[in-house]
Write a protein that binds this ligand. Structure first.
Ligand code: PBG
Length: 325
């Protein structure tokens, strides 16, 4: 049958398909999240995140080495803080010899080229399990900012390349930028969790860090999943306050938000393929209900297609291995 357009012609062979492929995932795009725990040679699996472990510092170094060899140049660190060190002010987050600070220093000593990204939020250190300071059940905004700044400075002093405020307090990007600059850390970047939604997909992560809120939820600071325009407002603010990169989180249920931000701002966009998104695919794979590797790669490429530059994913290592074949 004569037909001017036959889209299948470009799909005939793998070489043709790869010639016209519009989006690609490369290990260089990945940021590997790592859970750090005290001790030596400690590797404790996270029940709801198959294949992901809490690792002691010595093993983190080994994991980073493997990541680098696979072409992954960036890691995001999340410390597991002992309950006895938590308090209402997240004081442990500013200690020069704290777990996170020691890990940053170790990594930068071993691999100066590695990009080390650190989370700025109170929750892993807080007895309340909230990202900001709690008073009478309310999360205080402006009172939280100096705590976040002290935390970011401790991370910068330890050698962090990029600090990533994940707390969603208003004005925190500008506040952190000024605090970093005032102390001479003009080269430390800010990756703002710009559109971070109050999502149920963070469950496994909170299990990993034992950081679930002790009361209430995070809806007065994290965004309402129903909103898209509000993400543009957040992005305009973060960029004007000095964010070097912005983030959308979670990723898969928010591809439209990634796409909207891509067409509105010019800074690089990262997307966080979060713990629950990872867990769902892994669980279905374990049940034999789908091919987990293929589904994972398809999910990651969809995040790139939506417009993300970088992807934080717990599947970074295994997908990098698969991509390299
Ligand atoms: C902490 C933080 C969270 C995640 C990253 N940083 C949890 C939360 O906000 O409750 C979630 C990451 C994931 O689920 O993979 N502020």
């Amino acid at each position: 049958m004569p037909m001017a357009q036959r889209p299948r012609r470009n799909r005939r062979t793998e070489s043709l398909r790869s010639l016209v492929r519009e989006s690609r995932v490369h290990p260089n795009h990945f940021i590997l999240p790592l859970f750090v725990t005290e001790g030596k040679n400690q590797k404790t699996p996270i029940r709801s995140m198959p294949g992901v472990n809490r690792l002691s510092r010595d093993l983190i170094i080994k994991e980073a080495k493997r990541a680098i060899s696979l072409g992954i140049g960036s890691v995001a660190l999340f410390p597991v803080i002992a309950e006895s060190l938590k308090d209402t002010l997240a004081s442990a987050s500013t200690h020069a010899d704290g777990l996170l600070q020691r890990t940053i220093a170790d990594l930068k000593n071993a691999y100066p080229e590695l990009t080390v990204i650190t989370d700025v939020a109170m929750d892993p250190y807080s007895t309340d399990g909230h990202d900001g300071l709690v008073q009478d059940g309310k999360i205080l905004n402006d009172e939280t900012l100096p705590i976040l700044a002290a935390m970011a400075l401790a991370q910068a002093r330890a050698g962090a390349d990029i600090v990533a405020p994940s707390d969603m307090m208003d004005g925190r990007v500008g506040y952190l930028r000024r605090a970093l600059d005032a102390q001479g850390f003009t080269q430390v970047g800010i990756l703002a969790y710009t559109a971070k939604y109050a999502s149920s997909f963070y469950g496994p992560f909170r299990e990993a860090l034992d950081s679930a809120p002790k009361h209430g939820d995070k809806k007065t600071y994290q965004m309402d999943p129903s909103n898209r325009r509000e993400a543009l407002t957040e992005a305009e603010l973060d960029v004007s306050e000095g964010a070097d990169m912005i983030m959308v989180k979670p990723a898969l249920a928010y591809l439209d938000v990634i796409s909207a931000l891509r067409s509105h701002v010019h800074v690089p966009i990262a997307a966080y393929h979060v713990s629950g998104e990872y867990a769902m695919i892994k669980a279905a794979g374990q049940m034999g209900w789908l091919d987990a590797d293929a589904a994972m790669l398809e999910s990651l490429v969809s995040i790139r297609r939506a417009g993300a530059d970088a992807i934080l994913t717990y599947a970074a290592m295994e997908m990098a291995e698969k991509i390299h074949g």
